[in-house]
Design a protein. Structure first.
Length: 335
């Protein structure tokens, strides 16, 4: 009765939960990953609505759906999901999907290190994972070129003026020093952190006043990240709180956010890319990054980051969408 509506998933977490959808959906068509993502949004939004939203998920659940690859070297294509749509890039779901493919035996596994490639909207991502006894100990992915875009000031309605530094690491991040915003980076401060990010979006709108040096287009602000530098014996270490629309605070340091942050600190001379870069979340989890200097096609400087983390498998499930279920496409309750 429900055979065409049984969706097989694997759930991982590293503080942030991400659900990798392995099967149970129609083919996602397109010659490129961008075309596949557009096809998905036109015809298959029910998939993330059903699997990531309540009652089968929750509003902070991330995800990814597998597709056929579009390049010869890739094992799979991946479209990154959240409860209201898609991301072009997502480090959290890259870690989870890579671990799922290895631990489910869907890619050739070699120990102690397994390597393969995933096609994404932003291009191929090279995956390297430490594996022991069939279990992934750490996933590292070589991210797309990451770079500082620029900075500007924002006057908020409450009288605060904040300096925003924008950098790209797969998504566009607006970085703000937490102390300058009067914020303590601790879990109980989440409502104030989210409210400040929402006030920034209200003041700025959908796009910043900056132009992307790579595309020439106005830069959207996908997330705001509030940071505090921590002591580090070697390299750089930061505490970070990432907020994405419509007002969700990420549970991890963020892979694309860590990439953007490395690019920002290298560009301003505050970090040596030869040294380790650690970004911590308010949960205490951390991602570790390294980077190599490079240049964009126009000759401007950028970095090529590699970000690593450990994801833990939580479960393997088959989700059923009953045709008569009034919440078959899920729901989101805003607080």
């Amino acid at each position: 009765m429900f055979s065409r509506n049984v969706i097989t998933c694997v759930d991982h977490h590293h503080g942030q939960a991400s659900r990798t959808i392995l099967s149970g959906h129609p083919a996602i068509r397109g010659r490129t990953m961008r075309e596949k993502a557009e096809f998905y949004l036109r015809t298959m939004s029910w998939l993330h609505e059903s699997t990531l939203r309540e009652p089968r998920g929750h509003r902070n659940l991330l995800g990814a759906v597998l597709t056929d690859p579009v390049s010869d070297e890739a094992a799979f294509g991946v479209i990154f999901l959240h409860p209201s749509g898609t991301f072009d890039g997502c480090g959290d779901s890259t870690f989870a999907t890579a671990a799922a493919l290895i631990e489910m035996g869907m890619v050739p596994v070699t120990e102690p290190v397994t390597r393969f490639v995933l096609d994404t909207v932003l291009g191929p991502l090279s995956i390297e994972a430490d594996v022991a006894g069939g279990v992934v100990r750490e996933v590292r992915f070589s991210n797309v070129a990451s770079y500082r875009v620029g900075g500007f000031e924002v006057a908020l309605a409450d009288g605060r003026t904040l300096q925003v530094e924008v950098a790209f690491g797969g998504l566009y991040y607006g970085f703000i020093d937490a102390a300058s915003a009067g914020l303590d980076l601790e879990q109980k401060a989440e409502p104030r952190i989210v409210a400040t990010a929402q006030a920034l979006w209200e003041s700025i709108g959908a796009a910043s006043p900056l132009t992307d040096p790579a595309s020439g287009k106005l830069v959207p602000l996908d997330l705001f990240t509030f940071t505090a530098q921590q002591e580090a014996g070697r390299g750089s270490a930061y505490l970070a709180a990432n907020v994405y629309k419509p007002g969700r605070m990420g549970r991890t340091p963020s892979g694309t956010g860590s990439s953007a942050h490395i690019a920002l600190r290298v560009a301003t001379g505050a970090h040596d890319p030869a040294e380790p870069f650690v970004q911590r979340s308010l949960l205490g989890t951390h991602f570790t990054g390294t980077a190599a200097r490079s240049t964009l096609p126009d000759g401007r400087p950028c970095v090529l980051p590699t970000i690593g983390a450990k994801s833990y498998m939580m479960g393997i499930s088959q989700l059923v969408i009953d045709p008569a279920d009034p919440f078959g496409h899920g729901f989101i309750v805003e607080s």
